[in-house]
Structure formats: C-alpha cells, structure tokens
Design a binder for this molecule. Structure first.
Ligand code: NDP
Length: 512
C-alpha cells in the first residue's frame, strides 16, 4: 500500500456510528476482480449523515465566499497532486483506460477552480434596479445556500459528473451527502476522504454507499435538494420520492445526441470527432454521439473517412487500449438488442454488428440505412455504436435530430451555417466544429430538456441551482407616493395613473 493509498480513507470512515452490517463489492469490469468492499448504508445511516451535514452546514455557510474558495482550492491541489491515484481507482472500478480517467479528473479540477473563483460574483448580494414607481427603494438580491444537498451519481464518469453538482453546491455554501453508483463506490469515497483531509473537523462532504435503496433513502432523508445524474427511468423514481416532501430536484438524465454534418464541413475533422464522441469511454457517455445525419452531397465521402478511422480502433484489455469494457454487464444485452433491431428493420452494419458484442467488450459498430423509429435511433444505447443517416438537406437533419424524447447535447459540423443550425436544435448544449466541448467550459451551463432532465450544473446557473434567491427592498427615503398604505389618497391614485400612463400607455414600441 502506498502512502497515498493509505491517506485515502475508505467511505466507511466518512459516516461514523454506522448501523450497517451488510457490505457489497465493487468489481473490475476488466477481469471481475474485487476492487473494494463497502458498507450498504441503511436509511438510518443516511439520516445520520444528513443530520451531521446539517450541523456542518451552520459552520460552512457562515464562512465567507473567500474562505470557502480557499478550502476548495486547497482540496483541488490535493486531488491534482494525487490525480494518478484517482485515475487508477476509476480505471479499476469502471474499466476505462487510464488516459481517459485522467482526462476526466483533469476536467473536473477546472470546474472546482471556476466555482471557487466565481461564487462570490454570481451569488453575492448585488443591486438591481428598483424602477421608477419604487425609486425610493434600494433593491438587492443575493443567492443563499439551501442547506444540505443530496447528490446521487452514475458510474460512467464517477469523478466529473458528480463533482459537477458537488463542487457547485459546496461553493454556494451547502454541505453535501453523496451516494455514488454501486459500481463506483471507491471513487466516491476517495473524493469525500480527500476533502475530509482538508476539512477534518466538519463533515461538509460525506459519502454514503449502497445500492439503489440507499439512493432512495437519501431522497427521503430531509435534504434540501437532490441532484440526480443517471437514467431517465431512475430519475422519475427520484422525482416521485422527492415529491413526498416537496424536495426540489435537478435531473441530469440520458441522451441520444446527434452529429449534423453539412455539405461544407471539414469532413476529416467531423469524422474524427464523430468517432471519438461515439466510442470514447466505450460509448458510455450521456452526451456521447449516437446518431449522425450527413448532407447527401458529402455522405459517401464522410462515411468512407469515418470507416477509415474506425477500422484501427478496437476495444480490448491491452494496457494501451483506447476503448475499455462495458462497465455494467447488463448493458451488453441492450446494445445487442439495438443492433439486432436495426438490422431486422433493414439497416446494415458497415462496421461491427451483432458479433461485435462480446462478453465484456463491444467493438465499434457503424450502422447505416436504419429506420428512424428503430430503438437504435430512438433509445439511449450507451455503447460504441452509431447510426449514420443520409439527409437531403440540413432542414431534414434538424427535423430528425429534434424527433426524439431526449435533448441533452448535440454537435454541428459546418462552415457557413454552424451557429444557425446549432440554435435550431432542441438540446441543452451544442458544440460547433468540435464534440462535447461545452462540458469542458466551466462557465457554460450543462443540462438537458425533455427526457434528458432539467436544471443545470456548471457555470453561473449551476451555482444558482443550489441556492434560493433572497430579495431585499430597503427604503432609502420616504416615497412621494405612499402606495403600500391605507393612507393612500384619491389624489395619489390619480398621480399613479398619470405616471403609469406615461410609462406604459404607448404599448408596444414595435407599434410605431
Ligand atoms: P442509474 O439511473 O441506474 O443510477 C444512477 C444512480 O441512481 C446510482 O447511484 C443508482 O444507485 C441510484 N439509484 C438507483 N435506484 C434508485 C432509486 N430508486 N432512488 C434513488 N437512487 C437510485 O444510472 P447509471 O448509474 O446506470 O448511469 C447511466 C445513466 O446516467 C445513463 O442514462 C446516462 O446517460 C446518465 N448520465 C447522465 C449525465 C448527465 O449529466 N445528463 C451524465 C452521466 C450519465 P445504484 O448504482 O446503486 O443502483
């Protein structure tokens, strides 16, 4: 055991007084080895963690923005110095290549820095206009922390994704109780344990581990908000549980993201980005590319370049592989079912196909001529597969892109019309001439519409998501017109009518 490993306490240490006896193992998707053993925290354990978090919130929320920023930046330094250890643990729990695990952690660090730096500016009390009618008032607004935020995270990006909620919730002055996926409890525990090294005396960021029931218990444990990232189906259960106590939720759910390739696009760059967007992390990316719509004039050329690049790519267990295994074994059946359905309905596999789905690994698969109503086009596949579809023009590409229940991310490759096409796509985020670039820009809000969820993490919206607005109107001097008083006279009413007629009587400025 290295010193660094010894420093990283297990999640069991994070919740004290645990009543839990039961444990579960996290397993390597590469070879089935046990990576770690963790407690199944019960509803009582979760309630205890939330109680402790509430006590800690009194201390944490009373710190200034600068003091919290200092702590977050110190933690960022610890995580940065141990990034290799974190990436190794993530590699062992998810199977993703070391290089991808390092990239994921590196991008999360940038978000910690942004949230720490910008919380004061975004959330601190600031003046707003009080308007002519209330000119005697000083109007200010500030965004206050909610208290304790429960974070429920997925396994596919066990560092970047939950930290998108955790970091912003902490920077806004909340304490956090985090339930990681049962597939990645070690990474969750590592994150909380390193934070606890920086803040040893207050349980500002705790982890509870277990299966779905532990997550359900967190929804009912009296937290002030739940930030959920996972599948749309589980998101609905989380929302239903939170509805019982009117606990607000952020839902970051699945996607069916499309790439649009226009006739003037840089085809080589588009093929490169499409392949990476579809196959990185073995396709297990909420904003991963699953559909591609290509202008008729460049379809053949694009497909040929895409195939050229994809032929060299394989998923295997070699140390320098670019694609790891499918993390959740149950997903293999779903990927296979989507491919089978596409082929049964007249689609063709120009790369991969049903035989690409192995016992742990799925080889890159490119499907063409797939009908739009097949599951490979409508449902989240979460594997290194994509459909590539010919469209007559970009209007057809937009219509097809928008014809799913999801609306998370999207990508446009185009020279002349990039921004125009991006604006017409119904999705929370779009990259133009790049892929998934929006996720790595901390100032851009991240989230979806439709079945991809609601609410935002990252950026100013992501900070405000974990706060409530507190408005104060302070009287600067006595009003010329006392409006909120029974002392208001008929003359006052007349003066008010004259004033609002002057201000608003002309109606639309467009009428002129
Ligand atoms: P799941 O929905 O299966 O699980 C997500 C989390 O919810 C896990 O921690 C899980 O615990 C927990 N959970 C399960 N049941 C309940 C319940 N009844 N109440 C409360 N919590 C519960 O998703 P996956 O982990 O499989 O993640 C993959 C999904 O996440 C994909 O759909 C992907 O698109 C989406 N995702 C979305 C992102 C976004 O930002 N929009 C980012 C990353 C992923 P346990 O693991 O123990 O079952």
């Amino acid at each position: 055991m290295t010193t660094e490993t010894a420093n990283a306490a297990s999640p069991t240490d994070v919740v004290t007084n645990t009543t839990s006896r039961e444990t579960f193992d996290s397993l390597s998707p590469i070879n089935g080895d046990v990576v770690g053993t963790h407690p199944v925290h019960t509803a009582e354990d979760v309630e205890e963690a939330v109680r402790r978090a509430r006590e800690a919130a009194a201390w944490w929320s009373a710190l200034s923005f600068d003091e919290r920023a200092e702590i977050l930046n110190t933690w960022k330094g610890v995580v940065t110095r141990r990034i290799a250890q974190l990436a190794d643990l993530s590699h062992r729990e998810t199977g993703k290549p070391h290089s991808d695990a390092t990239l994921e952690a590196a991008l999360a660090l940038d978000h910690i820095a942004w949230a720490a730096k910008n919380a004061k500016k975004v959330l601190g009390r600031h003046k707003v206009s009080s308007g002519l009618v209330m000119a005697n008032q000083a109007a200010t607004v500030e965004y206050k922390p909610l208290g304790v935020v429960g974070v429920i995270g997925p396994w596919n990006y066990p560092v970047f994704t939950p930290l998108g909620s955790i970091t912003y919730a902490l920077a806004a002055g909340n304490t956090v109780v985090f339930k990681p996926s049962e597939l990645t409890p070690g990474v969750g525990g590592w994150l909380a344990a390193t934070f606890a090294e920086v803040v040893p005396d207050h349980p500002v960021f705790q982890v509870v581990t277990g299966l779905g029931e532990t997550g359900a218990a967190l929804c009912r444990a009296g937290v002030d908000k739940v930030a959920f990232t996972g599948s749309t189906e589980t998101g609905k259960k989380v929302m239903a549980a939170c509805a019982e106590t009117l606990t607000p939720v952020v839902i970051e759910a699945g996607g069916k993201d499309a790439v649009l390739v226009d006739e003037d696009a840089d085809l080589d760059a588009a093929a490169d980005a499409t392949l990476w967007g579809a196959c990185a992390n073995a396709g297990q990316t909420c904003t991963g590319v699953e559909r591609v719509y290509v202008h008729d004039r460049v379809y053949d050329e694009f497909l040929s370049r895409l195939l050229d690049k994809a032929r060299d790519l394989s998923a295997d267990e070699s140390p320098d592989t670019k694609i790891g295994p499918i993390t959740m074994p149950a997903q293999l059946g779903k990927i296979r079912a989507h491919i089978d359905d596409a082929l049964a309905r007249g689609g063709r596999a120009v790369l991969g196909g049903p035989e690409a789905v192995g016992e742990r690994y799925v080889q890159p698969t490119i499907l063409v001529d797939v009908p739009e109503d097949s599951s490979a086009v409508q449902e989240e596949t979460f594997g290194p597969t994509m459909t590539v579809t010919r469209v007559a023009d970009m209007d057809e590409a937009i219509a097809k892109t928008n014809a799913t229940r999801y609306g998370l991310g999207s990508t446009v490759f185009a020279k002349a019309r990039g921004m125009e096409l991006a604006e017409r796509i119904r999705s929370g985020m779009t990259s133009v001439n790049g892929v998934i670039t929006f996720a790595a820009i901390p100032s851009l809000p991240f989230g979806g519409v439709g079945d991809s969820g609601f609410g935002r993490i990252h950026g100013a919206d992501g900070l405000r998501e974990f706060t409530y607005a507190k408005s104060i109107a302070r009287q600067k001097f006595k009003p010329l017109l006392a409006l909120t008083s029974f002392g208001r006279t008929a003359k006052n009413d007349q003066q008010l009518t004259q004033m609002i007629t002057m201000m608003h009587g002309r109606g639309s400025t467009l009428e002129k």
